[in-house]
Structure formats: structure tokens, C-alpha cells
Design a protein around this ligand. Structure first.
Ligand SMILES: NC(=O)c1ccc[n+]([C@@H]2O[C@H](COP(=O)([O-])OP(=O)(O)OC[C@H]3O[C@@H](n4cnc5c(N)ncnc54)[C@H](O)[C@@H]3O)[C@@H](O)[C@H]2O)c1
Ligand SMILES: [Zn+2]
Length: 742
């Protein structure tokens, strides 16, 4: 029965701090019951979960009777529901205009009530069932942000209502430590906070990273303040209680929605988890007139964010093949609504990840989609695993071309060995070549590349430049038409003039990203030089193979101790061997002779001359990338493609004479904010600094420009206020390439 199921989940959640289902699923059950009860009001009983808050205390703790009940909040999940709430409020108050609300973050922890008598903390209690809570005074005393004494002139009685929560950083640290000890980890900061606070041994609570925010009042005596919720918060602050500085006064539904969206964008940046925002009528007299229903006040509502996690089932696993042949396992899921969209696939990244999470086909899993991040499987619920759940195995053959799948020892990825014989790799490399940051050929995206490959019009990247001879065939294709074919051919023609760095990046050499491609273009100036390069052109060897710092020091010390040693002539290797210098034999001995040729040179060598190390001539190109580049250009088919590209007139401008790059942006200050798609923050910072710019963390009048990625927050609004130019990611690229002067 529905009520019993809800009660069971309440018990798991509120008493055991160990829920079995996601909040979204629980909310759906509760709504189902609410809908039923509103259709058949005669079924409502006072003990129905819709009429009650939380659950009775667990026992083990003393009981506290709340003098002012601790209620829950009504929920809304979208704009329509919010408007309905606002309309109800105005109708009840008989008001026409916009209502002023206080908008607050809805912290995801657990509610507590702190009782101060003449400024001293005398009791702390959980919400319990709203009427009777658990006495957690000793535990609450261990939380640093809960003052034991109030500041200023405290009233005779002050009950403070607020949320005990666990900041995200503390949660992650605590879970990492638990994982290292092989102990159970908490599924989210809320359960961690509840589980940590409701410990019978306060010493355990003391060791947990808990914090507190105050947001309201219970019983008070002798407190005189303005009849405004804002004044309540101000007073709480004045008594030394922590109050969130994200709280704002807003006007009407539009103000509420603006606040909701703005904080929603910054949700991931906040130091704590929030599951939504709360709007409260600011005027306390109005609050009083609005009053309460059974389990919640009528003057406030929680506007919840779409759940970032949801529960679903793994129906199967497919392996996708990327342009480098990497096989990515992708779980096919029973469609589920999470993070605001319906998700039916989630990446499993690679086989190590599959093993680490122990995902099997048939498993019930928690899917997570935070912000615009690709959905992923957060964890498996092993207790719900069916007996016939199937292990996920790496296929022996590529699902696209049937070539053998190889997995390099020690590497997480498995690859199809088919190379350009593999259609998936061919399509992938064509899409990459034409992509915006590579050769930027508009009209050659995922779909059209796929279509052209399927019709045999494209084979490799050089075949793009033969398309103009196939105009008739192109026009005959579905979704093509004269106009779009002409546009495509124009775009292809234009792409012949892209700078060398872009062409190098477009070729898709393993390990060569945009930044490395730029370095390579600057170093080699033309493609033929890069094609002919050897590993030694990238990497300079110094010292003698096999000699590390210790051996080197040993050699230097030996000659310091024997300054008079001379080599009378003859076999140098034999003479060295006869000296029996520690570690100097075999490869090291041969290497010394080869590198230095004379005994005097070896005697004179310092540690730095002896130690074997490598220096990169091109920044960002280490041995592995160097080998990748050389291997790439050693392949006949790749050389042939390059030749055909050249014949077709793809003649990238040699890197423009770099305007003393190191000082290109000297004297300028940039601020980075939001998420860039092509760079990490650190990469963007390094690239700017390499050009002489300063990168600062805060916006001021001295800021040259703010570079804003997706979901930029307060720094962007500050820049707009100060009238400081704002660049997007394309602007940043132009700036780095010296094409723009902001
Ligand atoms: N997964 C499960 O099995 C399960 C079971 C029961 C409940 N739940 C979840 O618990 C939630 C319901 O719990 P609830 O009754 O505590 O309601 P709620 O969490 O939706 O809202 C009320 C609570 O919000 C908190 N809050 C945070 N910031 C606040 C602020 N600024 N002002 C006022 N209050 C603030 C308070 O603790 C208050 O008690 C739902 O999200 C539900 O999905 C899940
Ligand atoms: Zn393949």
C-alpha cells in the first residue's frame, strides 16, 4: 500500500539516514498520495504521511518537545506551480500587487532548533516528527559555527531554527578517508550530515566537518525587531549566528525566478549542496495571517532544482568507436528524467571504470547529470542486483569494422586496430578535421560526414577537397540542395587558407592538441619539415643512458678523491673498468666512453653533464608525443593523404612571424570565469601568461577584459557593471592567436 511504502522510506531516510530510493522517486510517491487524497478527501487521516513531518525520533536520544512546531515546506518544481503559490498568497491576503519575498538557498542538510536562554545555548534538537525531536545538545556543541553564547544583548528566550549541513569539501575528504579505510561511504552530503549529527557518541560528531546556517525563529521572549523576515535574519547575524549571504529580497514571481536561475547557474561553485531555493513572504504580519497547513506554512515554498541523481536500470552496453579507435562503453538505460532532461545513455568511460564501479547489465544504478555534464553512472545499488546480471566484457572485435581490439598493458583504453579501414575511425577523423577549432568547414558536421561516407563520397580527409568534382552527386543527396552544396564547396575552398597550426591539429595526431599544434607550427614553420622530423628533433638527450643523479655523484666523488689519476693511453674502456668506480660497468661504461671519448673529459664532467635526461625542443612535446608524431608521418597512407592535401592546394600559411610572442599581451590583465570548452582554467591561464599577460582572480577597474565561459557568475556581472569588455571563448582564441587587440 502506498502509505506504507512512504512510511517505510521515511523511516529509512529520517531514522536510519540510509534511504533506499532517490528523492525524486520518493517525491513522486508522495505526490501520488496527495493526488489520491485530494480526489477522495474522506480518506485523509491525521497520521497520513501527507499530514505529517519527518518521522518519530529513533530512541537512544532524549526527547525534546518543540514549543513551536518544526514544519516542512511545500514544494514546487516549475514556474507554473510557483505562480499558483504566489496567486494563492495574494488571494488570501486580498492583495493585487507584487509580494516581496526573501529568497534563500535551500541547504541540503537537516533542520535543527537551538534554544538559547539569556544568550546561552541550553538545548539543541532535531526536527523529528515536527512536534517531538531528538535531544542532540552535546553533539551540536561540537559544531564550530554554532555559538555557545550569543553576542550582544540577547533576549530571555531565543530559539533559532536552521540547517546543519556538511560543506562539500569536507564531505569529499571524509568519504575519501572512509574509502581508504575500506569503510562505507555516504551517498551525499545530506545523509552524511544527518548521520554525523545523530551519533550517540558526540566525539564522533566532533570529528565530522559539520557547519550550521540559521534561517528562522522558534519560540522567542523579549525580542523586539521590525516585523520583517529580513529583520529576523539581521538580528540572527547580530547575535553572532551564521546566516547565508546568498539571501536576497526579491519582488514577485519574476524576482523569484531570476534568483532561482542565477543561483542555479552557480550551484556547482557553491561550497555546499543546495537542492533548491526557498521563498518566504517577507512581512511577518502577512506570514501570520497566512498561517499553516498540517505539515507546512502557507507563507513559504521550496522551489526545487531538477534532481541531479535518479535511479534506473542498465538495459545493455554498447561500445562506441572514436576517431582514434578508442572503444567507449556506453550503458543503455531505461529512460529516466534527471538534471532536467530524459537520459537513456550514460558513458562508462573505459573498462577500468566499469570494473571500478562494478556495473553489470541488469543492475539498478544511480545516474547523475549535474549542469551540462554528460550523464554518468554514479554508482550501482548492489542489493538490487538480479541473479542473472551479466558482466560487461570488452569485445574481441571492433563492433564497427570487425578488426581486432587491442588493449595496451597499463592503459585504460582499448582500441580498434582497424585504423582508417574502420568506418567509425574514418568518420571520426573527418568530423574532427572539419570541426570548428580545426579546419572549420561549415556544413561538414556529424550528420553530413556520415551521409557522405555512407554514399562513398568521402573516404579520407584529402577526399574533402575532391568534392567539387562531385557536385551532381552531392546535389542529388537527401537534405542537400543546390544552395547548401554551394555553401559547403565554398567553405571547403576557404579552409585551404587556414593557418598551419590548425591543419596540424586537424590531422588528429595522437597527443597533439591545439596548444601543441600551435607550438609545432611555430617551431617547424612548414608542414614538410614536420613530416620529416625525427624523434631527436623534438627531444634532446643529455648525459649518459643509465646514469641517474646518484651514479653521477658517485663518479664525480670518485675523481675528486683521486685527483692524480691519469690515463696513460690505450684502451679507454679497459682502463675505466680497472678503476672499479661504483656502478660504472656495462651500458654505463660504454655510454661514458661513447659520450666523452677521452679520460680527461670524463674526469672533468660535472653531475649535470653525466645525468641522463631529456629536454623538449618544442614545449608540450615529450617523448611519447614525439614518437606519436613520427609514427603518424611514417605511415604510408598518412603521407599519401598529406601529398594529396598539398596537391589540392591546402597550403597553410607558414606560421605568421610571431610578434615577439612572449610580450604580445604585456601590460594587460585578464580575469577568467565560467567553464571554457576547449581549455581548462589552468591551460587558458598558462596560454595568456606565456604571452605576457597577467591573470587575476578578481575584477577591478584595472582589468583589461573578462573572459567568460559557460555559466559565468558574479565576475561577469561585475565586469558588466564596470563596463569592462567581455570576451567569449572564440575571443580568447583570437586573442591568443594575435588576431585581436582587446
Ligand atoms: N529518498 C527517500 O527515501 C526520502 C524519504 C523521505 C524524504 N525524502 C526527501 O526529503 C525531502 C523532504 O524532506 P523535508 O520534509 O525535510 O522537506 P524539505 O527538505 O523538502 O523542506 C523542508 C526543510 O528544508 C530545510 N531548509 C533548508 N534551507 C531552508 C531555508 N532557507 N528555510 C527553511 N527551511 C530550509 C529545512 O531543514 C526544512 O525542514 C524531500 O526532498 C524528499 O525527497 C527522501
Ligand atoms: Zn573498427
Amino acid at each position: 500500500m502506498l502509505r506504507e511504502r512512504i512510511e517505510h522510506h521515511n523511516y529509512r531516510y529520517y531514522v536510519l539516514d540510509d534511504p533506499e530510493v532517490s528523492d525524486a522517486e520518493y517525491d513522486a510517491l508522495l505526490r501520488e498520495l496527495q493526488t489520491l487524497e485530494s480526489a477522495y478527501p474522506e480518506l485523509i487521516t491525521p497520521d497520513s504521511p501527507t499530514q505529517r513531518v519527518g518521522a518519530k525520533p529513533a530512541g537512544g536520544f532524549g526527547e525534546v518537545r518543540h514549543r513551536v512546531p518544526m514544519l516542512s515546506l511545500e514544494n514546487c518544481f516549475d514556474e507554473t506551480e510557483l505562480r499558483a503559490f504566489d496567486r494563492r498568497v495574494r488571494e488570501r491576503l486580498g492583495l493585487g500587487g507584487e509580494i516581496e519575498y526573501m529568497a534563500e538557498p535551500k541547504l541540503d542538510g537537516l533542520a535543527v532548533s537551538l534554544r538559547y536562554l539569556s544568550g546561552r545555548l541550553v538545548q539543541a534538537a532535531t526536527r523529528g516528527d515536527g512536534v517531538i525531536g531528538e535531544d542532540i545538545t552535546l553533539n551540536a556543541r561540537t559544531i564550530a559555527s554554532i555559538p555557545l553564547r550569543l553576542r550582544g544583548e540577547a533576549p530571555a528566550v531565543l530559539e533559532v531554527r536552521g540547517e546543519v549541513y556538511m560543506p562539500r569539501s569536507g564531505f569529499e575528504k571524509m568519504n575519501a578517508a572512509a574509502r581508504a579505510r575500506g569503510e562505507k561511504v555516504f551517498v551525499n552530503p545530506r545523509n552524511a550530515a544527518a548521520g554525523s549529527l545523530r551519533q550517540l557518541d558526540p566525539q564522533i560528531t566532533a570529528a565530522r566537518p559539520l557547519a550550521f546556517y540559521a534561517y528562522g525563529l522558534g519560540e522567542t521572549e523579549g525580542l523586539s525587531i521590525a516585523r520583517r523576515h529580513a529583520a529576523v535574519l539581521e538580528a540572527l547575524r547580530g547575535f553572532g549566528l551564521p546566516v547565508s549571504d546568498e539571501i536576497r529580497r526579491v519582488k514577485g514571481v519574476e524576482g523569484c525566478l531570476d534568483y532561482y536561475r542565477a543561483i542555479g547557474r552557480r550551484r556547482a561553485e557553491l561550497a555546499f549542496d543546495i537542492d533548491g531555493v526557498v521563498y518566504k513572504v517577507d512581512d511577518l504580519d502577512w506570514q501570520q495571517r497566512l498561517g499553516f497547513v498540517a505539515r507546512a506554512p502557507r507563507f513559504a515554498i521550496a522551489h526545487k532544482f531538477p534532481a541531479e541523481e535518479a535511479q534506473t536500470r542498465v538495459l545493455g552496453v554498447e561500445f562506441q568507436v572514436g576517431r582514434t579507435g578508442a572503444l567507449t562503453p556506453v550503458a543503455r538505460l531505461e529512460p529516466v528524467f534527471v538534471g532536467g532532461v530524459t537520459v537513456s545513455n550514460a558513458t562508462l568511460h573505459n573498462m577500468d571504470e566499469v570494473a571500478r564501479k562494478d556495473v553489470r547489465v541488469g543492475d539498478t544504478v544511480i545516474v547523475r547529470r549535474a549542469g551540462d555534464v554528460i550523464p554518468e553512472i554514479a554508482r550501482v545499488l548492489p542489493e538490487m542486483r538480479p541473479a542473472d546480471a551479466a558482466l560487461i566484457a570488452l569485445p574481441a572485435a571492433c563492433p564497427v569494422c570487425g578488426s581486432e581490439v587491442v588493449r595496451v598493458e597499463g592503459e585504460a583504453v582499448a582500441r580498434c586496430s582497424g585504423g582508417l579501414f574502420c568506418e567509425a575511425q574514418r568518420k571520426g577523423s573527418l568530423i574532427h578535421f572539419a570541426s570548428r577549432r580545426a579546419m572549420d568547414i561549415e556544413g561538414l558536421g556529424d550528420k553530413s560526414v556520415s551521409q557522405l561516407v555512407d554514399h562513398g563520397l568521402l573516404t579520407d580527409v584529402a577526399s574533402i577537397y575532391a568534392l567539387h568534382d562531385k557536385r551532381d552527386q552531392l546535389v542529388a543527396l537527401e537534405r542537400m540542395g543546390e544552395k547548401s552544396v554551394d555553401n559547403l564547396l565554398d567553405a571547403i575552398e576557404t579552409s585551404k587558407q587556414r593557418p598551419l597550426a590548425r591543419l596540424i591539429f586537424a590531422l588528429g595526431i595522437p597527443g597533439v592538441g591545439e596548444e601543441t599544434a600551435r607550438e609545432l607550427a611555430a617551431h617547424f614553420s612548414e608542414l614538410t619539415a614536420l613530416v620529416r622530423a625525427q624523434v631527436t628533433d623534438f627531444i634532446e638527450r643529455r648525459g649518459v643512458p643509465g646514469i641517474g643523479p646518484k651514479t653521477a655523484q658517485g663518479i664525480v666523488d670518485f675523481f675528486l678523491a683521486h685527483p692524480a689519476l691519469e690515463h696513460g693511453g690505450g684502451d679507454l674502456a679497459g682502463f675505466l673498468r680497472s678503476l672499479a668506480i661504483p656502478k660504472v660497468k656495462g651500458r654505463v661504461l660504454d655510454g661514458l666512453v661513447e659520450a666523452f671519448a677521452s679520460f680527461d673529459a670524463i674526469k672533468a664532467a660535472g653531475v649535470a653533464d653525466l645525468v641522463n635526461d631529456e629536454r623538449a625542443n618544442v614545449s608540450g612535446v615529450g617523448r611519447i608525443t614525439a614518437e606519436n608524431i613520427v609514427t603518424f608521418f611514417a605511415q604510408d597512407h598518412n603521407r599519401e593523404v598529406i601529398e594529396r592535401l598539398e596537391q589540392a592546394g591546402v597550403s597553410p600559411a607558414a606560421a605568421p612571424a610571431e610578434p615577439a610572442r612572449a610580450s604580445m599581451l604585456a601590460g594587460r590583465t585578464y580575469v577568467l570565469t565560467g567553464t571554457l570548452s576547449g581549455f581548462t582554467r589552468d591551460e587558458a591561464k598558462a596560454a595568456l601568461e606565456a604571452r605576457g599577460a597577467r591573470v587575476s582572480g578578481s575584477v577591478s577597474a584595472k582589468t583589461t577584459a573578462v573572459i567568460a565561459g559557460a555559466d559565468a557568475g558574479s565576475k561577469l556581472s561585475k565586469a558588466e557593471k564596470l563596463g569592462i569588455p567581455v570576451l567569449d571563448e572564440a575571443g580568447l582564441r583570437a586573442l591568443l592567436e594575435g588576431e585581436e587587440t582587446t
